[in-house]
Design a binder for this molecule. Sequence first.
Ligand SMILES: Cc1cc2nc3c(=O)[nH]c(=O)nc-3n(C[C@H](O)[C@H](O)[C@H](O)COP(=O)(O)O)c2cc1C
Length: 417
Amino acid sequence: MAEKRIVLGNCGNINPRNIDTYLAKGGFRAYKRACSMKPKAIVEEITKSGLTGRGGAGFRCGYKWQLALNAKSKEKYLVCNADEGDVGAFKDKYILSNDPFGLIEGMLIAGLAVGARQAYIYLRAEYHFLNELLCQAIAQVAARGFLQHMDIAVFEGAGAYVCGEETALMNSIEGCRGEARYKPPYPPSVGLWGKPTIINNVETLMNVPHIINNGAHWFSEMGTAYSKGTRVFSVSGDVKRPGVYELEMGSSLRELVVDLAGADDVLAVQVGGAAGTILPASKIDLPLSHETVLGCGSVMVFNSSRDIIAIVYNDMQFLNEESCGKCTPCREGTEVMLEIYGRLTRGEARDGDIEALEELAKAMSLASLCGLGQAAAVPVLDSIKYFRQEYAGLIDQSMFLRSYLGGELNKTREGVR
Ligand SMILES: Cc1cc2nc3c(=O)[nH]c(=O)nc-3n(C[C@H](O)[C@H](O)[C@H](O)COP(=O)(O)O)c2cc1C
């Protein structure tokens, strides 16, 4: 199984500190082409290509851009979401480190398309070390005269996972608490400082120059019915070759984790971070696409020495810690889930714990304000679906221990009397 490196095509082949090496690979050809196109034509090309967002939700990029293009406002903003705070996610870091010019070119084309004059790269706090590299790349692009119509600034987050959620991200840039906003209105209509705002993931924007260079048809020929092009994954965990891989959409989980990353003992794979889908080994041939499973591109492999309930407990610790606390279902729901998982792992499980988790997970996915609380249900429900016997075993064990210890305790008490 070979990778299909389009987004990652320049990674390792250019010097991220030297724009000339990017230009030598045809860099900024797409931008120059876009400059001769009407904004409407750029948006149409992206719409026809079928490019979908790579940040998690998989929304059609062209439709989003069309909304912002239609919005009547002199001021519009563009934000590149480089917050990448999910567990096991590191593909955007790889892209930013190796091809900052590709991202900037994609941003410039997006800016032309929707009419944004100010753009931000919202950089994860832990990627502070990339700030200087990005600023240097922006300065080199400006020196070549490509930043005529839009400014790009790097804005560092403060270390909150929830700030990757687009509305919390906007609050963060505006200097407010990093909490999700109610939607609608959606950012392309009412975004940063109330103005139309396009927020796209790093990888989404990286695809844009390739689509402008090669055409929508070329792009839409790759992938599945809804998921076009390729997808970049960060693979970690129990594999021989952890790393960043790019595959055509619709490639199987087996091709990624077994053939490329070298997993040889798979208990489960979690796709999409701490709030991502958990799949057992029997699902290894599942195609990777928006239609099935995808998320933020994080793929964590667990071998048979791992404890699935401990894994979900760990997920829940992360989600509970990172919940912004604004809405009750997420704030209290993750707290109660944490309590139940704590009981399960300490041998204090109770009859009815599985049902309580299921009920709570369903309520959270329906009632939470943003994707954090909504998706927190996913690993819980998946692990119960595929590993129910592990939960049942822990409950039986706890009940047995309680009745046994209770009996022993009573005997001791009788002895004392
Ligand atoms: C809790 C949470 C964290 C998120 N973190 C990120 C992130 O780090 N990067 C990202 O691109 N999208 C993230 N998203 C998705 C964004 O809200 C948004 O959908 C995305 O940036 C849109 O870009 P796209 O259409 O190019 O995918 C997150 C969503 C949630 C609910």
